[in-house]
Structure formats: C-alpha cells, structure tokens
Design a protein around this ligand. Structure first.
Ligand SMILES: *[C@@H]1O[C@H](CO)[C@@H](O)[C@H](O)[C@H]1NC(C)=O
Length: 226
C-alpha cells in the first residue's frame, strides 16, 4: 500500500535531510544507549568495521579490574606553554567505559595556567573544582559569555558543543575534574584548529578572518610548531 503522504514535499525533504546526515552519524550524535550490561572495549581488536563503540572483550575474560581506572590519581606536568595538563579518562584510556556514554578527565593547572578555548562535539560537560580557584567560561552561539570562578566542590556546566575554557586565577596550583556524557567527547581546541592544523589553513584565510597582518599569523603559528 502506498502512503499518500510519501511523495509530499515534506516527506521528500525529510528523506533528503536523513540521507545527507547519515554518513556523519557517529560524529554528530550523542552516544547511543548500550544494548548489553557492559562491553569492556577490546582495544587490540580490529576496528575495520564500525560498531556501537568499540568491539567487546569476551565477557568470560572480564574482571573487576576492567571497571577500575587509576589513571587520574597522578598530577599532570603543567610546564607546557598553556600551564595546564589534561589527563584523559575516556574509553581509550579506560576501556570499561565502552558503550556506557560517560567519561572523566583530570585537569591540573599551574598558577595562571589555562585550558585554552575548545569545544566537545559530542558531549555536555560538568567542571568540578577540587582545589584552587578556577575561572570557567563558555560562549553561546549568540556570542553571550557566561562564567564563574569555582572553588573546591563547586560545579559549572558547559552545554554541549559550545566553546569554553578554564583558567587558574588563584595564587597556587588548581585541580579540576571534567565529566562528559560521552565515552569519547572529542575536543576541537580553537588555537590548534586554527593555527596548528596539518596541513595549515592558508595564511590569507587567517589574516582576513582576524584582520591582522601575515606577521601576526606567522607569529602565532610559530608558538604551536614543535
Ligand atoms: C601532562 O602530564 C604528563 C604526566 O606528567 C606528561 O607525560 C605529559 O607530557 C604532560 N602533557 C603536557 C601537554 O604537558
């Protein structure tokens, strides 16, 4: 039986929209719900075919250790140019998170250290300050800036996909944990996306975008070249 609405312009349009976005589904959408209790990732298994998350380790081989991760217990080295250090607790570091739609990072800050402006395409984030004074801010798609200085135990939420940063505005070190509703939230770090991509974005794009001379663009690019 033919659905009378199947040839309506709206139907054709929705098919087109679905079709256009289908190839990008894994990167555009939030993590799907799991279809089993757990699926500890087997990081060594072939990833040639794409599945919901990563392939599962056989359940008979899973132990309590697969649900445990101590990778965030150590302080990161903050001597890099940004004065911050991010230790990731995503599915690639902690395979037990696979298909569970959640992950957590540790961020250490030297005084005045910054976790530079970036966005997570696949996750909303909460920032929990453990010590120090952490300025957290994000900017909406309407260019409105929201921010707060957090102290121990306080939380700020970063809506999914928006550009945000953290900075240590206290006198000593600072520590924060960031949590995500994705096992692999991804991060597009604005300064690196624009000035440290491979291959480079043409200088003319950047000089026109920022209304500065090529010397300024080259100077910024040189800070990020290793
Ligand atoms: C972060 O800290 C770890 C552990 O100290 C270190 O291996 C890594 O190089 C640091 N990363 C940066 C970007 O400084």
């Amino acid at each position: 039986m033919i659905n009378p609405s199947s040839s309506s312009p709206f139907h054709i349009l929705s098919c087109l929209v679905v079709f256009l976005f289908l190839p990008n589904l894994p990167s555009l959408l939030a993590d799907p719900d799991p279809s089993q209790d757990f699926c500890v990732a087997d990081l060594s298994a072939s990833r040639s075919s794409s599945v919901n998350g990563l392939p599962c380790k056989p359940a008979s081989k899973v132990t309590s250790d697969d649900f445990f991760f101590d990778g965030l217990s150590k302080e990161g080295d903050t001597r890099g140019i940004f004065g911050s250090n991010l230790t990731a607790g995503n599915v690639l570091a902690f395979p037990g998170l696979n298909t569970l739609g959640i992950s957590v990072n540790r961020v250490d800050f030297a005084p005045r250290g910054v976790n530079p402006p970036h966005s997570h395409p696949r996750a909303t984030e909460t920032v929990l300050a453990i010590s120090g004074q952490v300025l957290v801010g994000f900017v909406t798609t309407g260019n409105v800036y929201y921010s707060k200085v957090l102290t121990a135990g306080q939380i700020f939420v970063i809506p999914k996909g928006l550009v945000h940063f953290q900075m240590n505005v206290g006198q000593g070190k600072a520590l924060a944990f960031t949590s995500f509703n994705s096992q692999l939230p991804g991060a597009a770090v604005v300064p690196l996306s624009l000035f440290a991509s491979t291959p480079s974005i043409p200088n003319e794009v950047l000089t026109k975008t920022f209304q500065v001379g090529e010397n300024v663009v080259n100077s910024i690019k040189s800070k990020f070249s290793s």
